[in-house]
Write a protein that binds this ligand. Structure first.
Ligand code: ATP
Ligand code: SF4
Ligand code: MG
Length: 325
C-alpha cells in the first residue's frame, strides 16, 4: 500500500430538487485501501457512490464538488466520458442487483461484457473468464448458469452475478454498495475474500458501503461515518471501534452486539429517525437526537482532527463522547 490516492472527493454536494441530501462530503481512498462508508438509511451513502460513477439522474443532481481518480479530475456530469471509465477504471456493485442486470442477456454475456467492450479479450476468452468468475463468486454449475437469463436465477445468485461483472474488470476503484446484504454467511465470506484477493493482486481501491459492522471490522482499513448527508467521523478501523469520537458513531457501535459470533445484526436502533432532508436542524444535523447536544450545537461543527493518524470528527463535544453509555 502506498500514500498515493486513487480517489479524492472534495466538497461533494448533491441536491434532490431544492433539498440538499449530500452536503460537503470529503474523503480519499489510497491505492489498495479499503474504506467503509457507514450510516443510517437515508444518510446519502448510495447517492455519494452513484455520483462518483457519474450515475446521478432525474431530480437528483450534483450541485458542487470534485472527484479525482489517480490524479485526474473526473467529469462526473459528462456521460460519455464517465461511460468510458465504467467497467474499466471504475466498477460498482449496486444495492439493487436485479434492476442493474439486463433481463434479455445471458448472465455469462453480462459478466463477459466489460472485457469485450473495452477490447481486453476476445469473445471466447471473455466467456471462459466469465465462467471462472461465476465459479469464484460461488455459483454452482457455472457453465450451465452462464447461459441462463437473470430471471432464471435467484436474487442471491443475481447479486453474485453482479459482483462477478464488477470484479472481472479488475478496476482501479471498486464501489460495493451493500454487496453482501442479501447473501448467506458462507457466500458473504467468499465475496469478502474475493475483494481482498482483488486488492492484493491488482492494488484495487475499494469503497464498501454496508450496514454490517461485522463486515466493516473484517475488511475495512478506514471508516467514514455519514449522518444527514455529511461525514461526521473518519478514522482507521481499529481506532473507530476502540474509541469513537462522535456521539453518533458511539451510539451506532453501541447498538450492535459484541462480535461473539452473532451475524447480520439489525443496526441503528438509535432513538428517533433520520429527519427528512427538508427538516434537518440548523447547525449539527444530529442535534435533535444527540444526548450531548448544547446550545453551541446550533452552529455547524466542522470536521477537525481528534487525535493522530488523520482521524477527524465533526462535534463540538468530541472529548465527552467517551463518557456516553
Ligand atoms: N431518486 C431519488 N429521488 C428522490 N430522493 C432520493 C432519490 N434517491 C435518494 N433520495 C433521497 O436522498 C437521501 C439519501 O439517499 P441514499 O439512497 O443515498 O441513502 P443511503 O444512505 O444509501 O440509504 P440506505 O442505507 O437505505 O441505502 C434520502 O433521503 C433519499 O430519500
Ligand atoms: S455537535 Fe453537538 S449535537 Fe452534534 S454530535 Fe456533537 S454534541 Fe451532539
Ligand atoms: Mg443506499
Amino acid at each position: 500500500m502506498t500514500d498515493a490516492h486513487t480517489l479524492e472527493i472534495r466538497d461533494l454536494c448533491i441536491d434532490v430538487g431544492d433539498f440538499s441530501v449530500v452536503d460537503g462530503v470529503e474523503f480519499s481512498i489510497g491505492r489498495g485501501e479499503i474504506v467503509a462508508l457507514v450510516g443510517e438509511s437515508g444518510s446519502g451513502k448510495s447517492l455519494t457512490a452513484l455520483s462518483i460513477m457519474g450515475l446521478l439522474s432525474g431530480a437528483v443532481h450534483q450541485s458542487g464538488g470534485t472527484a479525482t481518480l489517480e490524479g485526474k479530475q473526473l467529469d462526473l456530469q459528462n456521460d460519455a466520458a464517465m461511460r468510458k471509465l465504467r467497467g474499466t477504471a471504475l466498477s460498482m456493485i449496486f444495492q439493487e442487483p436485479i434492476a442493474s442486470l439486463n433481463p434479455l442477456l445471458s448472465v455469462g454475456a453480462q459478466v463477459a461484457e466489460s472485457l469485450i467492450v473495452h477490447g481486453r479479450a476476445s469473445s471466447a476468452e471473455a466467456w471462459d473468464r466469465a465462467v471462472e468468475m461465476l465459479q469464484d463468486v460461488g455459483i454452482p454449475a457455472p457453465d450451465r448458469r452462464a447461459r441462463q437469463l437473470p430471471s432464471e436465477l435467484s436474487g442471491g445468485m443475481c447479486q453474485r452475478v453482479m459482483i462477478a461483472s464488477a470484479l472481472i474488470a479488475a478496476p482501479r476503484l471498486l464501489i460495493a454498495d451493500e454487496p453482501t446484504t442479501a447473501l448467506d454467511v458462507t457466500i458473504q465470506a467468499q465475496i469478502l475474500h474475493l475483494m481482498r484477493r482483488l486488492r492484493a493482486e491488482t492494488d484495487t481501491s475499494i469503497l464498501i458501503i454496508t450496514h454490517d459492522m461485522g463486515v466493516v471490522a473484517s475488511i475495512a482499513d478506514r471508516v467514514c461515518v455519514m449522518y444527514g448527508g455529511r461525514i461526521v467521523e473518519q478514522a482507521e478501523v481499529h481506532q473507530l471501534f476502540a474509541e469513537p469520537r462522535h456521539p453518533y458513531t458511539k451510539l451506532l457501535l453501541a447498538t450492535i452486539p459484541r462480535l461473539d459470533g452473532a451475524r447480520k445484526q439489525e443496526l441503528f436502533s438509535i432513538s428517533g429517525m433520520v429527519p427528512d432532508a427538508s427538516a434537518w436542524p440548523e447547525g449539527c444535523r444530529f442535534r435533535t437526537r444527540c444526548p450531548l447536544a448544547t446550545e453551541r450545537c446550533a452552529t455547524r461543527p466542522q470536521l477537525a482532527p481528534v487525535g493522530g493518524a488523520g482521524r477527524v470528527a465533526a462535534c463540538w463535544h468530541s472529548d465527552k463522547v467517551g463518557g456516553l453509555t
